[in-house]
Ligand binder design. Structure first.
Ligand SMILES: [Zn+2]
Length: 310
């Protein structure tokens, strides 16, 4: 479930059998979208000639803090705010006759990249997803880090990188996503010295795509802001490494279309600044894009949660 759309898919082993998108733009509540989501899933099933009861279950990747044991959404951040009041497992049973698992979206993406993507060869992984916000997740010795209140590992985008910085939507100050997340980028740019003379001033929408394109063309302000974003992401990657002891750092999100400008900068910063006693974690681009969370539904549904969680 993303900010502007909900990606739906039918997954078998390492393969996406069918997929569809439901727009969530302007939706007042998650409740108001459930019927449309159900319709999309039923249509995927009929496209592939399957019944819902042929499936092991239904999995939802949600942008918030989620109780993965009960399928309850515990806390949201400015999107789908009614979700904590919904009985999603009950809805799944009633609509499809199958059990439901809900997990934080960044954890689902990490599960997917570990199962079928760029972290297949490592059990010690952190993932940072650079998008409208900054998502994170951590896997330690093959077990997904959740914590007693289900917020361990998934709030890495809210590590403060500047304690005198910007107020974040989460309530904290100077979070990585408040300093260099997609939602903060327009205000970061507008306050930048010389912004009005930059090509960014006429970029609509002012997003990472525009920023990287203008920096590539040599716009001096765009180059400075790109440097600022890379520095924030790299500092955040060091914090994730210090916190979770990974061997692989996977970076995902739409901005990774410019991965050739991002990966070396973060790798170099990690090599220089991360305190590790064994070598340096490898920085890799996510391989599965939007499919990561969908493919992550397989390991999530198969997981023995009591055993797999830390
Ligand atoms: Zn925050």
């Amino acid at each position: 479930m993303g900010g502007t759309h909900i990606g739906c898919g039918l997954v078998e082993n390492h393969r996406l059998l069918a997929s569809a998108e439901v727009s969530s733009e302007g939706a007042q509540s998650l409740h108001s979208l459930l019927a449309t989501i159900a319709q999309a899933l039923h249509s995927l099933l009929s496209q592939t000639g399957l019944q819902s009861t042929d499936c092991a279950g239904l999995a939802i990747g949600f942008p918030g803090i989620v109780d993965a044991h009960t399928g309850r959404i515990l806390s949201t951040l400015k999107k789908y705010e009614d979700a904590p009041h919904l009985d999603l497992p009950g809805w799944s049973m009633e609509e499809f006759g199958i059990p439901l698992r809900v997990e934080n979206d960044a954890r689902m993406a990490l599960l997917g990249e570990h199962y079928a993507g760029s972290a297949k060869d490592s059990d010690d992984v952190v993932m940072m997803t650079l998008g409208t916000g900054i998502g994170s997740a951590a896997m330690i010795r093959g077990r997904l880090l959740r914590g007693v209140h289900f917020q361990a590992g998934c709030l890495g985008g809210h590590f403060p990188v500047d304690f005198r910085g910007r107020l974040c939507s989460c309530g904290n100050i100077g979070c990585a996503e408040a300093e260099a997340g997609g939602w903060a980028l327009p205000s970061v740019a507008r306050e930048w010295l010389g912004f009005s003379r930059s090509a960014l001033a006429s970029s609509e929408p002012l997003n990472f795509k525009a920023l990287f394109a203008q920096a590539e063309k040599g716009d001096p302000v765009a180059i400075q802001i790109r440097r600022h974003c890379l520095d924030v992401w790299a500092a955040n990657a060091v914090a994730l490494v210090h916190a979770y002891d990974p061997e692989v750092v996977v970076i995902g999100g739409g901005v990774m279309k410019s991965s050739q400008a991002i990966l070396p900068a973060i790798q170099e910063h990690l090599n220089q600044h991360a305190w590790t006693a064994w070598g340096k974690p490898q920085v890799r681009a996510a391989m599965l894009g939007n499919q990561a969370a969908l493919l992550g539904s397989i390991p999530l549904l198969l997981e023995d949660m009591n055993d797999a969680t830390i």
